[in-house]
Design a protein around this ligand. Structure first.
Ligand SMILES: *Cc1c(COP(=O)(O)O)cnc(C)c1O
Length: 405
């Protein structure tokens, strides 16, 4: 008889967003007059900028005419988009990345989740704690862990983000045996932490020496406005030999519902004489048939002068929200991380994460995310998101300050 992949039974139910919506719904039922403001989810709120929508529409119209109609496109993405990405995001910043290293996809969630397929079943894996759950759960599904115990999976190495390391773990936090594969995410979700050139340099040196691979999630790079903070791991020399980078138009340009992202696999990464790029190309073109043409036209418009200006304005608006939130939390006396070069503010309340969540829900009608939902190290913290309108952020802060006084 057929049997199931039993690794799935090891997965802990993702209580976080289920539990949040359960509590939010119960609250809404008891307070139908309420006016809830959500600073909880990691989703953008502003619509797509107008130059990007125009390019999107134009792409749709082209599909209506026989001389411009497009059927299947290249699985890796159209050259016009891959070349725009390589030039604007890499070559112009001194990174040794070419259009052939870029693989366009419909999301960084899928890419960060799928990439582990290229590695052996018994590689050792290090993930941050707190963590974006996709890195963990996809390795559980693939059978690279044991059972879950006290919220952690046996066999995974957890890189602890703490107040002491400002939520930027270093290779020194690994056990002596090291790790074959390390997931890093900067600017970080959920902590908003950014990694300096030196900190990333340590990781690149470590990975090069050991022959390990870094999977670098740069979904929030657009929020980096400080020129001293690297946007890409390829700004560190040598990273093109040991790091894969994931990027997305989701947070950069408001594509969470439109879907477009890309993965960078440099030609120079070779393992056992095999180019990782060739392997990812094989995997990608076998299991994926390309992002829709109009969506790729819309994504390319992000790199046009008008698109650049408009997306920059979106980002600046969210960063201004982040600043308002950060200042208010400081005023309450809480220590915060992130909120600069990042849309997330990580707040130490010193109380149980869910208690703070309930307090803000019940007394301020504001939804935040309990830090403990992202891992053991998140206990005692909440994540506040800057993705909302200025008006809502100001109102939420006003209410939070009143509730916490
Ligand atoms: C939002 C987010 C992504 C982007 O996912 P998409 O599938 O491209 O929308 C990737 N990584 C992290 C950590 C995120 O928060």
């Amino acid at each position: 008889m057929i049997r199931l992949n039993n690794n799935y039974s090891k997965l802990q139910a993702s209580y976080l967003f289920v539990e949040i919506s359960r509590r939010v719904n119960a609250h809404a039922e008891n307070h139908p007059e309420g006016n809830l403001i959500k600073l909880g989810i990691g989703d953008v709120t502003n619509p797509l900028p107008s130059s990007i929508i125009r390019a999107f529409h134009k792409g749709v119209d082209e599909q209506a005419e026989s001389d411009s109609f497009k059927g299947y496109g290249p699985e890796q993405g159209y050259a016009f988009l891959r070349e725009a990405i390589a030039e604007a995001d890499y070559t112009s910043r001194g990174c040794r990345i070419s259009a052939d290293d870029i693989f366009v996809s419909d999301g960084a969630k899928c890419d960060t989740g799928n990439f582990q397929e290229l590695f052996a079943d018994d590689v050792t894996i290090a993930v941050p704690d707190p963590v974006y759950p996709v890195y963990v759960d996809t390795n559980v599904m693939a059978g690279r862990t044991g059972e879950a115990k006290d919220g952690r999976y046996e066999g995974l190495i957890y890189l602890e983000g703490t107040q002491e390391n400002n939520f930027v773990p270093s290779p020194g936090d690994l056990p002596e045996s090291g790790a074959d594969l390390v997931y890093l995410c900067f600017p970080n979700n959920p902590t908003g932490a950014t990694a300096s050139r030196e900190q990333l340099g340590e990781w690149v040196d470590w990975a090069s020496d050991r022959g390990s691979i870094i999977l670098f999630d740069a979904a929030y790079e657009a929020f980096v406005i400080n020129p001293d903070i690297p946007k890409s791991i390829y700004e560190i020399r040598g990273a093109e030999k040991c790091a894969v980078e994931f990027r997305s138009f989701s947070k950069t340009a408001g594509f969470t519902g439109t879907r477009c992202a890309y993965t960078v696999v440099p030609d120079s990464i070779e393992i056992d004489g095999v180019k990782l790029r060739d392997m990812w190309n094989r995997r990608h073109s076998t299991k994926f048939n390309g992002v829709s043409y109009p969506v790729q036209k819309a994504a390319a418009a992000v790199y046009a002068p008008e698109g650049k200006k408009e997306t920059r304005k979106l980002i600046e608006g969210y960063l201004e929200n982040a600043k308002i939130i950060r200042k208010a939390m400081k005023k309450v006396g809480y220590k915060t991380w992130g909120g600069v070069n990042s849309p997330y503010i990580w707040v130490k309340t010193g109380e149980d994460s869910w208690d703070t969540f309930d307090k803000l829900l019940n007394e301020a009608d504001v939804v935040v995310t309990p830090g403990s939902g992202f891992g053991r190290m998140g206990e005692g913290f909440i994540r506040i998101s800057a993705f909302n309108s200025r008006e809502n952020v100001e109102e939420a802060i006003h209410r939070i300050l009143k509730a916490l006084k």
